[in-house]
Structure formats: structure tokens, C-alpha cells
Design a protein around this ligand. Structure first.
Ligand code: FAD
Ligand code: NAI
Length: 466
């Protein structure tokens, strides 16, 4: 077989996007995938199935609780969980087929099997006890991440589950105990809460959503508590007794002290994810890892082995699909001799709960720590006309701007559709825009996005509707 220009190992958002871009740039490309389906964590057991269940469970919740007040009278909705899971699976299948189509359209060879790097330009692909040697000018590692585990607590994906099991429970747990108040805990907690579970979240730190702006996290916690979430902050689960009908979790204060026991039907462990490099042969091939087991790369995504690059969850940075995709495009362009680049200062983050939480750029805590003088503009959805008529007024927009130059440094939103609204802030920040630029940009009325404009006006202390 004539050598490839590029072999990409892994077909998640990092891998398949890299393959498409490299093909567009004229390279002969192959992808290697060990799973039965393409698309990686994101399409199979991550972003997409979780969003399908978030959407379906939100509709269930709305039908039960919000329709009547709008004068839409329906009989109490009944949950058909197998049908909801089928809806989720159709969404997964549709997206996976989409990636297969993209590989065909871009003439990317799909090699099914486990990829192992034997050295510069050499990848061994093994499946069903057979292996073949693939020669290539360049290799991109896009093998993603795996769930982080808690010592002594074994995940069986039935009663003690990771996100993967929590996306496929066959009945609604009476009591769901979630370990970790991060993105997965709050999203999947929302799904099962809406479907009827009692949800308790145990979090090691004294706050939820570490990394998000503190004021946003505090208000979001209050909103979730109003929805029925219970939080045990500053606490850790140290053991789960599986011997009885109900699980018995031992919970200890993080700072030490007396333990308590909580019963649950299902325990979801979601305490982060770890880079996945198993079976890749990195050590033998001479590809260096950092202290946290991530593939070490230089600013051009090059590893310590010539001709081998790495992107996505397996390298440093936020473990987000769109970060992996942007790195995928950049590395393909670099390999093609162009100037691929990712601006890590403008990577949005979204929590797809109701309301949503979105964020881009610096938090107030980060600016304080860096000693940057800043001004704050805030605007609540209670003062936004569209939110008022829809009676969905939870949340606010917060804009942080440089005190001297007015340049926008961070935008944080809690609110319905916050995940869509954040992108005007991303574009503004990519262009180095100011709060004044945003405040003087005409926004359609009546939209929730007017709250973003009003928050920008509030930076200059001249919001109109407040
Ligand atoms: P992955 O998607 O993990 O893909 C890696 C692929 O490599 C896998 O298919 C794996 O089988 C394959 N592979 C590994 N080793 C080998 C080998 N040796 N040979 C061949 N193939 C191999 N991010 C968001 O931005 N938005 C979200 O809403 C979101 N929701 C999420 C919800 C959940 C429940 C989870 C778990 C994650 C979520 N994420 C979300 C994170 C997102 O899934 C990851 O950031 C993203 O998938 C990373 O892409 P990747 O290409 O680096 O790796
Ligand atoms: P996370 O890093 O978001 O949250 C983990 C939480 O667990 C943290 O709050 C941490 O303090 C806590 N924790 C750690 N050890 C603990 C312990 N022993 N006891 C109690 N709490 C403990 O990780 P999560 O939620 O598992 O998600 C993994 C990754 O997947 C995230 O980093 C995120 O990037 C990605 N993801 C993104 C989504 C999105 O963009 N909407 C949705 C879901 C996942």
C-alpha cells in the first residue's frame, strides 16, 4: 500500500474533523478506530446522547409543569423510558452515519482496529487477532479520554455507573446519588430529576462547577435547589456498600470528621475524565507524556516523536468537543505547511441544563488573581421583555471588561438558550471588541440576546431597562 500522508488514530470530534480538513488540503488520509462505530465519546456516549435525553426529559417536564399555566391543558404525561432511549439511539445513529458519510465523501480510508505507533511513519492496526502495518508521513493521535474512577468503588454500569451507564438506565432510580458537581453531574442529574428521581449531589469542593465564574455558580446552585437538587458540598464518597437491595454510600466531610451513610438506588461517579493512551505503544515509540498522563505537545501540536502530533482530550486543555475540533483543523493545516492556530482565550463552555449556563474568557476570580483592573456589567432576565412574556426569567448576563481599554475579557450567562447567546461574545472577543462595541450593536427585539446588549450598556452604567 502506498504510504498515506496522514493517519489519524481515533474518530471522535478531533479525529474525524482532522481527517476531513487534511483531505480538503489534498492529503491521502486514513483514520483508525477501535470502536464498532465512528464518532468517539462525543457522538456515542457523550455530547449527543446526553443532549437527546436532556431535550426529551425537558419536554416531559414542560408538559407536566409548564403547559397548564400557558392555557395548554394536557393530561398528565406518562414516561415511556424505552421509547425515550430509542429516541436517543436514533440521534446517535444519525450522527454516526453522518461521520461515515463524511469519510466517504472526503475519500478517507477507515481502518477498523486498535492503532499502535511503532515509530515515525509506522502504525500497526490490529483487529480480531490480525494486524497490518500502515506506512504514513504523519500521525495524529486523537484517542480522547476515559472516565476517572474512585478508588475502592467499582463501576458496574448498572447500579454504580459512569456517564455511560447513566445514559442507558433501564428504569428511573428512586434515589440517584451523584459524586461530583461538575458538568456531567448537573446535566445527567437534570435528566433523571425531571424523569422523577430524587437527586443528591456530593461535591468535594465548597462550590459547584469549579472553573466557572463564582457568582454564576452560586446563583445556578440556588436555581437547581429550587428545582429539587440537594447538594452536599465539601464532602466525598469514600465507599459504597453494594450488599443490600439499596446501595449504602459512606460520605465524609472533605476536611475530615464524622461520616454519614446515604442510601441510593444508583450512584453516578462523575469526577472528571483522564486522557486515554492505552495500547498506543507511546512509551516504546518514544512519545512523551506529561505528569498527568496527557500526550505532551509543543505549540504546534507536535509530540516528542518526529511526524507525530496529538489533539483533543488526550492533550492539555478543556475536554470539550469544539476544542478538539479546532485543534483538528489547526493541526491539519500545520501539517499541510499552513499557519493553523487555536485561540485558547476564546473557547466557550456550556452546561446544557435548564436554564443553560455559558461562559467564555476570564472569570472574575481569574481577573482578580491576575491583578487586572476590570469593570462589570450585569443584566437580569427578569428585566428582559421576551423572558418576561415567556415567564422564564431565571438568570442573568455578566460582562467583564478591561477598566482601562473597555475590551471584553469575559462573558458569563445563566438563562434559557445561554448556550446559543454566548457566540456573539465569542465573535466580539475574537475581534478584540469592547463593551461599547457590543452596546452599540443593534439587537433584534424582542430577543433574550437583548440582555447581552443591556449588560454591555451596564458596563458603562447606562442600561436602559433597569
Ligand atoms: P473522543 O471523542 O474520546 O474520541 C476518541 C476515539 O479514539 C474513540 O472513538 C476511541 O475509541 C478511539 N481510540 C482510542 N484509542 C484508540 C486506538 N489505540 N486505536 C484506535 N482508536 C482508538 N463536550 C462538549 O464540547 N459538549 C458537550 O455537550 C459534551 N458533553 C459530554 C457528555 C458526556 C457524558 C461526556 C462523557 C463528554 C462530553 N463532552 C462534551 C466531552 C466530549 O465528548 C469530548 O471532549 C470529545 O469527545 C473529545 O474528542 P476527542 O476526539 O479528543 O476524543
Ligand atoms: P468535571 O471536571 O466537570 O467535574 C468533576 C467534579 O467532581 C468537580 O466538581 C470535582 O471537584 C468533583 N470531584 C472530584 N473528585 C471528587 C470526589 N472524590 N468526591 C466528590 N467530588 C469530586 O468532570 P465531569 O463532570 O466528570 O465531566 C468530565 C468532562 O467532560 C468535563 O471536563 C467536561 O469538559 C466534559 N463534559 C462537557 C460537557 C459540556 O460541555 N456540556 C458535558 C459533559 C461533560
Amino acid at each position: 500500500m502506498a504510504p498515506f500522508d496522514l493517519v489519524v488514530i481515533g474518530t471522535g470530534p478531533g479525529g474525524y474533523v482532522c481527517a476531513v480538513r487534511a483531505s480538503q488540503l489534498g492529503m491521502k488520509v486514513a483514520v483508525v478506530e477501535k470502536n464498532a462505530t465512528l464518532g468517539g465519546t462525543c457522538l456515542n456516549v457523550g455530547c449527543m446522547p446526553s443532549k437527546a435525553l436532556l431535550h426529551a426529559s425537558e419536554m416531559f417536564e414542560e408538559a407536566g409543569h409548564s403547559f397548564a399555566k400557558m392555557g395548554v391543558s394536557v393530561s398528565s404525561p406518562k414516561l415511556d423510558l424505552p421509547a425515550m432511549m430509542n429516541f436517543k439511539q436514533q440521534g446517535i445513529d444519525g450522527n454516526v452515519k453522518g461521520v461515515e458519510f463524511l469519510m466517504k465523501k472526503n475519500k478517507v480510508d477507515v481502518l477498523k482496529g486498535t492503532g499502535k505507533i511503532l515509530g515515525t511513519g509506522k502504525v500497526e492496526v490490529s483487529a480480531d487477532g490480525k494486524s497490518q502495518l500502515i506506512e504514513t508521513r504523519n500521525i495524529v493521535i486523537a484517542t480522547g479520554s476515559d472516565i476517572a474512577r474512585l478508588k475502592g468503588i467499582e463501576i458496574d454500569e448498572k447500579r454504580i455507573v459512569s456517564s455511560t451507564g447513566a445514559l442507558s438506565l433501564d428504569k428511573v432510580p428512586g434515589k440517584l446519588l451523584i459524586v461530583g458537581a461538575g458538568v456531567i453531574g448537573l446535566e445527567l442529574g437534570s435528566v433523571w430529576k425531571r424523569l422523577g428521581a430524587e437527586v443528591v449531589v456530593v461535591e468535594f469542593l465548597d462550590r459547584i462547577l469549579p472553573g466557572m465564574d463564582g457568582e454564576i455558580a452560586k446563583q445556578f446552585q440556588r436555581i437547581l435547589e429550587k428545582q429539587g437538587f440537594a447538594f452536599k458540598l465539601g464532602a466525598k464518597v469514600t465507599a459504597v456498600d453494594t450488599s443490600g437491595k439499596a446501595l449504602k454510600a459512606t460520605i465524609e466531610p472533605a476536611a475530615g470528621g464524622a461520616a454519614e451513610t446515604l442510601e441510593a438506588d444508583v450512584v453516578l461517579v462523575c469526577i472528571g475524565r483522564v486522557p486515554y493512551t492505552e495500547g498506543l505503544g507511546l512509551k516504546e515509540a518514544g512519545v512523551a507524556l506529561d505528569a498527568r498522563g496527557r500526550v505532551q505537545i509543543d505549540p504546534h501540536f507536535a509530540t516528542s516523536l518526529k511526524g507525530v502530533y496529538a489533539i483533543g482530550d488526550v492533550v492539555a486543555g478543556p475536554m470539550l468537543a469544539h476544542k478538539a475540533e479546532d485543534e483538528a483543523v489547526a493541526v491539519a493545516e500545520i501539517i499541510a505547511g499552513q499557519a493553523g492556530h487555536v485561540n485558547y482565550d476564546v473557547i466557550p463552555g456550556v452546561v446544557y441544563t435548564t436554564p443553560e449556563v455559558s461562559s467564555v474568557g476570564k472569570t472574575e476570580e481569574e481577573l482578580k488573581q491576575a491583578g487586572v483592573a476590570y469593570t462589570v456589567g450585569k443584566f437580569p432576565f427578569t428585566a428582559n421583555g421576551r423572558s418576561k412574556v415567556n415567564q422564564t426569567t431565571d438568570g442573568f448576563v455578566k460582562i467583564l471588561a478591561d477598566a482601562k481599554t473597555d475590551r471584553v475579557l469575559g462573558v458569563h450567562i445563566i438563562g434559557i438558550e445561554a448556550g446559543e447567546m454566548i457566540h456573539e461574545a465569542c465573535v466580539l472577543m475574537e475581534f478584540g471588541g469592547s463593551a461599547e462595541d457590543l452596546a452599540r450593536t443593534c439587537h433584534a427585539h424582542p430577543t433574550r440576546s437583548e440582555a447581552v446588549k443591556e449588560a454591555a450598556l451596564a458596563v458603562g452604567k447606562r442600561a436602559i431597562h433597569m
